[in-house]
Structures are given as C-alpha cells and as structure tokens.
Design a protein. Sequence first.
Length: 131
Amino acid sequence: MAQVLKRMRLGIGVAVTIAASTWLMPAPASAAATAWNCNTGSFCVYTGDNGTGSVCAWSGDDPDWNNGTSRCSWSPGTRVQSAFNNGTSGAPVSAYTAINYGGTRVFCLPMGGKTNLAGVGTYLRSHTWSC
C-alpha cells in the first residue's frame, strides 16, 4: 500500500510540474501583421484595406516606385488599397498614378492621415512629401 501511495504522489507531482511549465511558457508569436504597421517618419502603402497585407515604405520622395532607389516590389502588378502618412515633419504626402508625379494625384494625406482607396484600389507609381 505504501508503494502505491508513493507512486501516486510521484505521478501527481509530475503532472503538476508539467502543467506549471506549460503555463509559464510564452505563447507563440502571431504570424499576422499589425494593421497600419509603418515606421515612424515613413509613408506606407498596403495591398489590403485598413493598413493590412504587404507594405512598402519610404522616408523621402520617390518619382518611380518600380525603378527608383526604394523600389516597391509588388506595385507593378498589385493595386494599393490603403495608405498611411506616418511622417514626423508635418508635411503631407501626395501619391500619383504615373512616374515623376504625373498622371492623377490620387490623394494628399496630412501627417498622421490614413486612407482606404475605395473598391478595387489604385495602381500608384510615385509620391512626394508635398501637396
């Protein structure tokens, strides 16, 4: 009988140890990106509504997103669905449908401004920190 009680205590102790160590382990990180994730001082565009999906970010002007120094790899074939001016200079950001700030100016976002491009989004090619 003493052996049975000793084994039961040992079994309970192991179960408590396993449960406690499981409880103390950190939860796995979520693979989902945070909405409107954009570095401070940057202008960001996203493939999804409300700042979701893939993101491209710039801290300065870019006259050609497809061939510029800060190339946005997905912009040639994917529409921009949302944008965020997370700049710190107070300057607004304008985005255009053609290179060299040509075509149609789609928006002028003030500092801190966020926008969704209604419906199917828009192909954009350039932006500048002014309106």
